[in-house]
Every structure is written in structure tokens, then in C-alpha cells.
Design a protein around this ligand. Structure first.
Ligand code: FE2
Length: 361
């Protein structure tokens, strides 16, 4: 199954001219928004093309992150901030623990899945590094200070801040448009989601996985899990390996075309839609296509670090999570009690007894 690719250009053009001027534009907007909400509901994912985010922007970001991850472990550990729950700076490999390893309910559900759709079983914590960089303004007054900490800049990377901020802001701009379109497609006011995202603890969180050491078929870089944030967005990775699970339980390898961005649903959009849109389950595992890409990179003398250019878009920590609009009337709404987004994040981390050890996303 191929994921739909939605080109954001027509939506942006109509928005920039101040709204629809002709009936055909109206129809086009309705169809585009419906395609966005349908893909998020049925697959937990969506591919978009955003004319503001080029393949060159993605390359510039990945080039810098490859250079960073190639540095020695002792250098990278200077950017480690365990006392801040790793919410800024680097998270070394072997720290993030996949939920499927510790969550008993999830383990039971997995054992009931048809064998062919079961996720790979990780041997332990994820063997991937991650860098957390907060993007966008922070609230001056918040009850959740540790989720909004100051960023960390490694020495010897003069373009770090500019490169991270440029990519981060582009990713947030793309997410905001998708969030507007999704809200419209779900029958909510256009700003139903974006108004809650303002000053959210958005994190640019690229991962680095060393394929020189771990390039073995079946190696699990990120065990089966969902993201606890609102929506996650990635540029195209130079090495494939991401599998997602559709709403119908089917496991699908994701192919991101050049110049496209991949969006995945997190737990917060599930909350806001009362379960209409479920958090997308996913894993990253070395497969034969990954190994083909490794071989090609070796021949071209390119880096063998698999970088994901991921941004986690969050609902603001002090905003309220609850099923919005007509979703409050759904019989499933009782499963999504009202709480502050910051409390929700803390609860998610403590349920799996990992607060201070993982972002779980
Ligand atoms: Fe994830």
C-alpha cells in the first residue's frame, strides 16, 4: 500500500490570497483537507510536499548531523543532560527504551497479532543516538519548566544554531499547515489544533544510528512504539528502515519519495480527536533495502550514520488535552479524560517507569 502524497502548494496559495475566490478552489480545499484527515485516520501517517521545504534544506541538515554523530562518544557526551530528562542535548545510544519492552499490556497485544504483522523484538534499549533541540518560543510562565529548558550547542559547529533553527522552523511551518488541514477535514475549526500548539515544547530530535557497527539485517534501531506528542514530522532519511502499522493492523514499510516529508500521528492528536485518529505505531529496523543503501554509501564514500531529521510537534504544556468539538460526544471520549498536556507527558513517562531516561517518542 502506498501512502498518499498531499501537495501543500495549492492550499498555501489559496491561504496566501486570503481564502477561496472561486467555487473550484472551495472544492479543491475540501478535497485536500479530507485527504489529509483520511490518511491520518486510516494510516496514522501522511506524506506531504511543501514548496517551502526543499530536498536541499533536508540535505544541509542531514550533512551537519552526520558530521556530529561521526564525532567521538566522549565528545558527544559533553552535550548530555540526564538531569533535564534528556529533553535537550544528546541522548546516547542504549538509553531510550522501547515501550514494547516494558509495557505488559502492549506485550500481550503484540502476542495476539498475526505473526506476519508482529514487530521485531528488540534485544534491549535502542542502539541509536538522539539530539534534542527545542524550536520556537517558550512560555514566560509555565507549570512545566523542565520540558522547556535552554538548548545545548556543541563546540566546533558554528552553523549549529542556524541550521537547527532553519530546519526546525520549516518543519513546524509544514506541521501547522497539516494541522489546519486536518482540523478542517475532521470537521473542527481551522485553528482547533494550531491554537493549542502555540509555545508548545516542540523538539527537533534527529537520531543517529551507526550502520557501520549495527548494519545487520533485523537490528532494531527503534523498537515498536508510539510517539507521545501531537504530530511528528521527518524529512527523507538516506537509509530506509521505518515500518508503520495501519489502523487495520497491517504492517507497512514506508518509502518517502525525494522532496517529501513524512508526518505521523502522536498520542496527543488521538486525545484531541477522542480516538478518531489513533497514535501511529512504528519501528525502525535494518532490512535488505537498508543494506542496499549502506552498500551504495560505502561505494560513494558517504557517511554510514543513518540520520532521521525528526521534529516532534507538541501541544503547549499548559494547554488542556480533551476531545475537541463533536469528538467530545463520541462514546470513546471517556477514554480520553481532560488533563494538561504537560501532565499527560509526565504521566506517559512515569507509566513506563522511565521518567528521566527517555523521551519515549
Ligand atoms: Fe517514534
Amino acid at each position: 500500500m502506498e501512502l498518499s502524497v498531499v501537495d501543500l502548494a495549492p492550499y498555501l496559495a489559496i491561504r496566501d490570497q486570503g481564502g477561496c475566490r472561486r467555487e473550484e478552489e472551495e472544492e479543491q480545499m475540501v478535497a485536500l483537507c479530507a485527504a489529509v484527515s483520511r490518511s491520518l485516520r486510516e494510516t496514522g501517517a501522511l506524506l506531504v510536499k511543501d514548496p517551502r521545504c526543499s530536498a536541499e534544506d533536508n540535505d544541509r541538515f542531514i550533512d551537519m548531523m552526520e558530521r556530529y554523530f561521526e564525532c567521538s562518544d566522549s565528545f558527544k557526551r559533553l552535550q548530555e543532560r540526564p538531569h533535564l530528562h534528556y529533553q535537550v542535548g544528546v541522548t546516547p545510544e542504549g538509553v531510550e527504551v522501547p515501550r514494547s519492552l516494558v509495557d505488559e499490556d502492549m506485550k500481550e497485544k503484540l502476542s495476539k497479532m498475526p505473526k506476519v504483522f508482529q514487530p521485531s523484538t528488540p534485544e534491549g534499549p535502542d542502539p541509536k543516538w538522539r539530539y534534542m533541540w527545542r524550536v520556537g518560543p517558550r512560555p514566560s510562565n509555565t507549570r512545566f519548566q523542565e520540558l522547556n529548558s535552554e538548548p545545548v550547542i556543541p563546540e566546533g559547529f558554528p552553523d549549529w544554531q542556524e541550521t537547527m533553527d532553519l530546519w526546525g522552523h520549516k518543519m513546524i511551518s509544514a506541521i501547522e499547515v497539516v494541522a489546519e488541514m486536518a482540523a478542517t477535514g475532521f470537521g473542527l475549526p481551522k485553528d482547533a489544533f494550531t491554537s493549542l500548539m502555540k509555545q508548545g515544547p516542540h523538539l527537533l530530535a534527529p537520531t543517529g544510528s551507526d550502520l557501520k557497527r549495527h548494519g545487520i539485517e533485523g537490528k532494531v534501531f527503534a523498537g515498536y512504539h508510539y510517539d507521545l506528542n501531537f504530530l511528528t514530522i521527518h524529512g527523507r532519511s538516506r537509509f530506509p528502515g521505518l515500518n508503520i502499522w495501519l489502523r487495520n493492523g497491517q504492517k507497512v514499510p514506508v518509502k518517502v519519495p525525494v522532496g517529501c516529508l513524512l508526518i505521523q500521528t502522536g498520542k496527543q492528536i488521538e486525545w484531541l480527536t477522542g480516538g478518531e485518529c489513533l497514535a501511529g505505531m512504528h519501528e525502525v529496523v535494518v532490512n535488505n533495502r537498508t543494506l542496499d543503501a549502506v552498500e551504495q554509501a560505502r561505494q560513494q564514500n558517504r557517511s554510514l550514520w543513518r540520520v532521521s531529521s525528526t521534529l516532534f510537534a507538541h501541544i503547549a504544556s499548559d494547554a488542556t488535552l480533551k476531545p475537541l468539538g463533536h469528538f467530545a460526544e463520541s462514546p470513546l471520549a471517556v477514554n480520553y479524560p481532560t488533563m494538561l498536556a504537560g501532565e499527560f507527558v509526565e504521566q506517559e513517562l512515569s507509566v513506563i517507569n522511565l521518567k528521566g531516561k527517555t523521551s519515549s517518542s
